[in-house]
Design a protein around this ligand. Structure first.
Ligand SMILES: [Zn+2]
Length: 293
């Protein structure tokens, strides 16, 4: 009997967040035949110095869909204005419907400690939906879920009020080139807006092949330190031999508002990770069970 497909919902604020933070792991799920939906809650229309507005939103929607196609995922880019996300009720109800309609086994999103208000409110909207997705009286026109999905947060560098905890660390070395190919689709961002905003526009090579190689090198420099930062959980996950050699990772923290990621859930949701050894893997005490009420 074949296992049912997993349904993975990765919810970012902007039309490149899901790829940047979880594109390599998403590629693993897709490769194994699971269904991955990437989401941007906003339309991305503020992410450019020369062409903000609806034309940029259209351009970014096409870029996002091209990126998702590289790994066989789908990308839903929302219509809420970039830079204006908050915790209004209609946004919360829409996120509840989004989660109910996709019926995910796993949701991944931003933490609520983040420099960008759109990221913070995306995390908050998902947190606020986490229990209400099971409550029939809320949004009664969309059937409720029987149980909350597991919810994870993307890794980040923020320290206050609490730092990110790497409960799951995934070796994305084999997927690194595909991740670069995904980011290469977001030309308005990685070759135009972000270099402009960061003051390094003069570094971007004009020729597409050279530009993509430059982006790959930038990404290597950006994420290479993570593998050393999370070496201890890597060694626990992959064992001393393989764990020592891992160079590129994506890391995720378990949200206490979703279903617990117990050993059975970990094995089911991360079939590409080695089985946790009795003394290895993630220790049970690191998980937080959802309270009864
Ligand atoms: Zn973003």
């Amino acid at each position: 009997m074949t296992e049912p497909k997993l349904r993975i919902l990765i919810i970012g604020a902007h039309p490149d967040d899901a790829d940047i933070k979880a594109g390599g792991t998403a590629a693993k799920w897709c490769q194994a035949g699971h269904e991955v939906k990437l989401v941007s809650l906003t339309n991305g229309q503020a992410g450019h110095h020369l062409m903000p507005g609806p034309a940029l939103a259209e351009r970014r929607r096409a870029e996002a869909q091209a990126a998702a196609a590289i790994i066989g995922a789908t990308y839903q880019v929302g219509s809420w204005p970039d830079g204006f996300l908050d915790d209004r009720l209609d946004y919360r109800l829409s996120v509840i419907r989004l989660i109910r309609e996709f019926r995910p086994d796993l949701v991944i999103t931003h933490r609520t400690s983040d420099y960008h208000p759109d990221h913070r409110f995306t995390g908050l909207l998902v947190q606020d939906a986490s229990y209400l997705v099971t409550v029939p009286a809320i949004c009664p026109e969309t059937p409720p879920l029987v149980a909350s999905p597991v919810i994870l947060y993307f890794w980040d560098n923020f320290q206050k009020p609490c730092r990110f905890e790497p409960h799951i660390v995934v070796d994305i070395g084999p997927e690194f080139d595909r991740l670069v190919a995904m980011l290469d689709c977001h030309r308005s961002q990685f070759y135009e807006w972000l270099p402009y905003n960061g003051g390094y526009a003069a570094e971007v090579p004009p020729e597409p092949g050279a530009r993509r190689a430059w982006l790959g090198e930038r990404l290597r420099r950006r994420i290479r330190p993570l593998a050393d930062r999370y070496r201890e959980p890597l060694l626990r996950t992959y064992g001393p031999e393989q764990g020592r050699r891992v160079e590129y990772v994506e890391a995720f923290e378990v949200s206490e508002y979703g279903a617990p990621l117990d050993p059975a859930a970990r094995a089911r949701l991360f079939p590409f990770l080695p089985a946790a050894a009795p003394s290895g893997g993630i220790q049970r005490k690191e998980w937080v069970d959802v309270p009864e009420e």
